[in-house]
Design a protein around this ligand. Structure first.
Ligand code: ADP
Ligand code: 5GP
Length: 203
């Protein structure tokens, strides 16, 4: 039992899966319907902002030097290289969400997943799988945010993500993101298991 005066923390949810698989789409929708219940852990990255991305919202956009400084200060729960860029979940990012009493949602790649599994975060793991490589490629191109080199690199990485997800027990739930509404219903049910709570979601 938790000591008197402490509130048990909701278990964080780790969402992973190939880039272009629909993680941001699902998490944005979750935040829209449950703004007081879920918050994204805002990661650090050395990549440049895309489209309408804002510093401190989608990511904390930092230089390689600043990123490495935070690594040296043990400021990350996990961090990894993806393509030519560094990404990491800071201790502070998760703390910020916990202080609001909300469930922390992490959108991270495979190496980060492995590292989180070694921590005491006690997270639940959800994998979003695209229906096929062809569909993934189409969605990445349709998103129109990445250059050709980045698309190729993401497709290559996608194979590794899907392969790793086959390891028994790695994920609590695998959702094939084929038809959006169907995938969303599964995603929502995983994040909000209580049907009554789902019925009173914000529209
Ligand atoms: P990720 O965050 O995993 O990189 P996104 O959420 O950015 O992926 O999705 C990639 C692209 O695919 C976006 O343009 C998004 O609108 C689109 N998309 C996501 N899910 C579906 C779906 N089920 N059907 C069609 N397009 C989708
Ligand atoms: P993108 O550049 O498309 O935003 O993200 C590329 C990949 O990096 C995605 O698979 C995303 O899940 C992952 N990613 C984003 N933030 C983090 C993080 O903090 N740690 C790790 N390990 N991966 C991250």
């Amino acid at each position: 039992m938790a000591p008197t005066g402490t509130t048990p923390q909701p278990r964080p949810i780790v969402v992973s899966g190939p880039s272009g698989g629909g993680k941001s789409t699902m998490i944005t929708r979750l935040r829209k319907h449950y703004p007081d219940r879920f918050s994204l852990s805002v990661s650090h990255t050395t990549r440049a902002p895309r489209g309408t991305e804002k510093n401190g919202v989608e990511y904390n956009f930092v230089t390689k030097e600043d990123f490495k400084k935070l690594v040296d200060e043990n400021g990350f729960i996990e961090h990894a290289q993806f393509g030519s860029n560094l990404y990491g979940t800071s201790v502070q990012a998760v703390k910020d969400v916990a202080e609001k009493g909300q469930t922390c949602v992490l959108d991270i790649e495979m190496e980060g997943v492995k590292q989180v599994k070694k921590t005491d975060l006690n997270a639940r793991f959800l994998f979003l799988q695209p229906p096929s490589v062809e569909v993934l490629e189409k969605r990445l191109r349709g998103r129109d945010t990445d250059k050709e080199e980045a698309i190729q690199q993401r497709l290559k990485q996608a194979e590794k993500e899907v392969e790793y997800a086959k390891t028994p027990g790695v994920h609590d739930k695998i959702i094939v993101n084929d038809e959006l509404e169907k995938a969303w219903a599964e995603f929502e049910a995983f994040c909000v298991p209580d049907e009554t709570e789902r019925a009173s979601r914000k529209q």
